[in-house]
Design a protein around this ligand. Structure first.
Ligand SMILES: [Zn+2]
Ligand SMILES: [Zn+2]
Length: 185
């Protein structure tokens, strides 16, 4: 597959012979249609980040089609394999007290998708971690959905239903405004 690696500060290299990501039985593979570029990407691109060791795949606001879904994956209600979805940037545990109370943006164990240990989505196929938040992009174009993912603080995006999955728990939430966006990190 084709993917765009950050190979150094201020350097991107598009490679055509990249192996496809492995399918986690509790995760999925996304056929990427669009992926936002935000300030966090720019900051990493120009300044580097220890959680983006070169060569590294950035891109944490993707929209695409769920092409493969693991046999143990727990998709949100209303989302099926083959659907267009967008991923939330913040990976939440789904188990801490904040997650359980619906404040996933305050998760005590949150990680940012697109940073070690989860490569990002400037690629034709991207691995969806089991703890990713997935929102349906049905009825939206991929570019529009990517805009929503990038600007998820808007009131419109706050009405999207998401689910945060972990191996033990599935939560259905109306997305807190910062849950889908990396701005809180
Ligand atoms: Zn949590
Ligand atoms: Zn971002």
């Amino acid at each position: 597959m084709r993917a765009a690696f950050m190979t150094d500060l201020d350097a991107i290299e598009v490679r055509d012979d990249v192996g496809e990501p492995e399918l986690d039985p509790a995760g999925a593979l996304l056929r990427v249609e669009a992926c936002g570029i935000c300030g966090t990407d720019a900051r990493t691109f120009f300044n580097g980040d220890p959680k983006a060791p070169a060569p590294w795949l950035l891109g944490h606001e993707p929209v695409g089609v769920l092409e493969h879904v693991g046999t143990h994956a727990d998709l949100p209600p209303g989302v099926s394999p083959g659907d267009r979805v967008f991923l939330g940037s913040i990976l939440t545990c789904g188990e801490c007290r904040w997650c359980l109370e619906g404040f996933q943006n305050l998760c005590e164990h949150h990680l940012l998708y697109g940073y070690d240990p989860y490569p990002g989505a400037y690629a034709e196929l991207a691995a969806v971690p089991p703890i990713a938040t997935i929102a349906s992009g049905r009825g939206r174009s991929s570019s529009r959905s990517s805009s929503v993912a990038t600007a998820a603080r808007t009131a419109a995006s706050a009405s999207v239903e998401i689910a945060s999955s972990s191996p033990n728990r599935s939560l259905i939430r109306t997305a807190p405004t910062s849950t889908l966006n990396c701005s809180s990190t």
